[in-house]
Design a protein around this ligand. Structure first.
Ligand SMILES: *Cc1c(COP(=O)(O)O)cnc(C)c1O
Length: 404
């Protein structure tokens, strides 16, 4: 008789966003005349930029001709894209990353979920709390997290680094030494970030204790302040302790098109075993590459025209972020984030729980957001709104909130 992977059975309840969808659907069914504004889920809404669409069309045409047709992509991804990334994202910032240290993939969710496979199940992971749920859940599936305690919402073997208003949402070195440290900067869900000096401290710490940092930089394009690192490889010593994950989803609208990459420097080793070699082996065995036409579309993001169009899209979302941040502040809320990330993180009023505030917003002003507690126990008492809606809806949402 077959048995299932029992680790899956340890995963609590259903996924945050399906709970939200159910509540919204129930409310809409009961109130068909109400117009709900969704500032909840983290998906982009603007269409792909014209330069990207042109590139996609051209690549599709290439696939129609025998001379230019492409089959399987190279294991690491096409060189044209890896070269553009090495130049555009790393050399341009003075970081030494070679094209063959870049692995093209179909996105950072998959990479952040898959990367744990190359590490021992004995490794202890450390995560920020609140956190992007993928990091923890994929380690649960692998059997790395121990037992779940429903009362506290924590796993016995996971090291949590609370990020709250008290520490300005900057994680502190944990008491126990972790082996794998997940950092997402700028942060989803809190919308906050850390300075380059603070990240340098993390790199020094990881090198000192022999840990690896899995650095999710999916929101890099939203950085607007000077002193915020765009990549962990700006820090000295990162080549011996860091893996960086990047995505084309939030900067270029590829959430449905799918494209991302992982950077593993050749110096990153466990003893004399290179993590680059392990990930290359995994990639070669389990993955057959992002489609040629999508990698071609990704290349368009690095052209001057493409870059300018993407900057406009990011600016559009960040105008929404500013609108939300100012609107909430004027309405008397305590707000964080929204300056280097498309997320606004607010303190719920009157000590309401995150889910009580969710119901209150949905029922009184028909606005959907995301309860902070869905991202971890330290998210309780907070709430996330996103800047990915239309400007018109964002303005209307703020008018409604001011009327509360
Ligand atoms: C949206 C997001 C990603 C991107 O995932 P893709 O699979 O590339 O779409 C990665 N990490 C975080 C924290 C995110 O919020």
């Amino acid at each position: 008789m077959f048995k299932v992977n029992a680790n899956y059975l340890k995963l609590p309840g259903s996924y945050l966003f399906s709970n939200i969808a159910k509540k919204v659907a129930a409310y809409q069914d009961a109130n068909p005349d109400k117009e709900i504004i969704k500032l909840g889920i983290g998906d982009v809404t603007l269409p792909l930029a014209p330069k990207i669409i042109d590139s996609l069309h051209d690549a599709v045409d290439e696939m129609s001709r025998a001379e230019t047709f492409r089959g399987y992509a190279p294991d690491l991804g096409y060189e044209f894209l890896r070269n553009a990334i090495a130049d555009g994202d790393y050399k341009s910032r003075g970081c030494d990353i070679q094209p063959d240290e870049i692995f093209i993939s179909d996105g950072a969710k998959c990479d952040s979920g898959n990367i744990q496979e190359i590490f021992s199940v004995d490794n202890r992971i450390a995560v920020c709390d609140p956190v992007y749920p993928v990091y923890v859940d994929t380690n649960v599936m692998a059997g790395r997290t121990g037992e779940y305690d429903a009362a506290s919402g924590t796993w016995s073997k996971v090291i949590y680094m609370p990020c709250t208003a008290e520490n300005n949402f900057v994680p502190e070195f944990p008491k126990e030494n972790p082996d794998i440290i997940y950092l997402c900067i700028p942060n989803n869900p809190t919308g906050t970030t850390i300075t380059k000096a603070q990240l340098q401290d993390w790199v020094d710490y990881a090198n000192r204790i022999g840990a690896v940092i899995i650095y999710d930089a999916a929101y890099e394009a939203y950085i607007s302040e000077e002193d915020v690192p765009h990549t962990i490889f700006e820090c000295e010593g990162a080549r011996t302790c860091a893996i960086e994950l990047r995505s084309f989803s939030k900067n270029a609208g590829f959430t449905g098109t799918r494209l991302g990459f992982t950077v593993i420097p050749k110096e990153l080793k466990a003893g004399d075993v290179s993590l680059h070699a392990l990930w290359a082996r995994r990639h070669g065995t389990k993955y057959n590459g992002a489609p040629y036409i999508i990698q071609k579309a990704g290349l368009a993001c690095y052209t001057p025209e493409g870059k300018a169009q993407l900057q406009e899209q990011v600016a559009y979302y960040m105008k929404n972020a500013k609108t939300i941040k100012e609107g909430l502040s004027q309405a008397g809320f305590t707000v964080f984030g929204g300056v280097n990330a498309p997320y606004i993180w607010l303190k719920t009023p009157d000590k309401m729980t995150s889910w009580d505030f969710f119901d209150y917003l949905l029922e009184t002003v028909n606005i959907v957001g995301t309860p902070g507690s869905g991202f971890g126990p330290s998210g309780e008492g907070y709430f996330r709104l996103t800047a990915f809606g239309s400007y018109e809806n964002t303005l209307r949402a703020m008018e409604r909130i001011r009327s509360l």
